[in-house]
Ligand binder design. Structure first.
Ligand code: NDP
Length: 247
């Protein structure tokens, strides 16, 4: 695939689900992937699997809520490879709940990871992109970046915010820096595990998480956006299971 081979791609939330699939897929296409998340054992295993099949992967533990962690993550990518081409803001969580359950700690966590984490990624990588006047952000939002329903209010708010941040960033940066959002529909991952209400989790899994995309479907959309020529910025890609009609 054009324009992917040899690129240094840093991915947050790469220890499971969509981030893990992006790491595998891009490394198969010849990218040098740099994985970040909190669960170090998972990262180690994924890196080992990629390297043992001939790919190029390294990792650094990070918590996206800590801006210094994200800066160190980006520094690690740059110092190991001498450059950074793409930064993928993928880390996220989705503890759904009704507003009147007042799960305030979960609201804070979603805001900290899903919004502030993305801003930290931008703050860490943008200076590098601006210094070289090239680079690409890919922010993984959700169909919830344009849809809201009961129990998804705060989650959707965080994803609406990332869509707004991405559009503002796109307009502010130079003509040589690309900004893409990839908005997945229901996809195989550990995401529903963050729902603390067991009844709701069961309902979400039985009613909404039935026709799931394999995570590689999202990885392929990411690869498509990266693979375009530098003067083509794919701004938004929405990928749903064909059978996902209602949201
Ligand atoms: P997973 O739960 O499988 O992956 C989430 C990833 O985020 C994990 O690697 C987790 O790693 C990481 N993460 C969570 N908190 C932090 C943190 N504080 N610092 C660093 N990493 C963190 O779910 P998905 O793969 O589905 O989620 C990836 C993205 O896709 C999310 O932004 C999600 O909102 C989005 N999405 C997913 C959909 C789906 O149906 N799967 C649909 C729409 C959007 P660790 O715990 O090791 O830190």
């Amino acid at each position: 695939m054009e324009n992917v081979k040899g690129k240094v791609v840093a991915i947050t939330g790469a220890s499971s689900g969509i981030g893990e699939a992006i790491a595998y897929h891009l490394s198969k296409l010849g990218a040098k992937v740099v994985l970040g998340a909190r669960r170090e054992e998972h990262l180690k295993n994924i890196v080992r699997t990629i390297v043992s099949s001939g790919g190029d992967a390294i990792y650094k533990k990070l918590d996206v809520t800590n801006v210094q962690d994200v800066v160190s993550f980006v520094d690690h990518a740059e110092s190991m490879h001498g450059k950074l081409d793409v930064f993928i803001n993928n880390a996220g969580l989705m503890p759904l709940s009704m507003i009147n359950e007042y799960k305030i700690e979960e609201w804070h966590r979603m805001i900290d990871v899903n919004i502030k984490g993305v801003l930290h990624g931008i703050a860490a990588a943008l200076p590098i992109f601006e210094a070289k006047d090239k680079g690409q952000f890919i922010n993984i939002t959700s169909v919830g970046d344009r849809w809201v329903g009961p129990t998804s209010t705060v989650y959707s708010a965080t994803k609406f915010a990332v869509r707004a941040i991405s559009e503002g960033l796109r307009q502010e940066v130079s003509n040589n820096i690309r900004v893409t959002i990839v908005a997945p529909g229901a996809t195989v991952s550990e995401l529903a595990e963050s729902i603390s209400d067991l009844e709701l989790k069961k309902l979400a899994i039985e009613q909404f998480r039935i026709n799931l995309l394999p995570a590689v479907a999202i990885a392929k959309a990411v690869a498509y956006a990266i693979s375009q020529p530098n003067d083509v910025d794919v701004n938004e890609i929405v990928v749903r299971p064909t059978a996902q009609k209602s949201f």
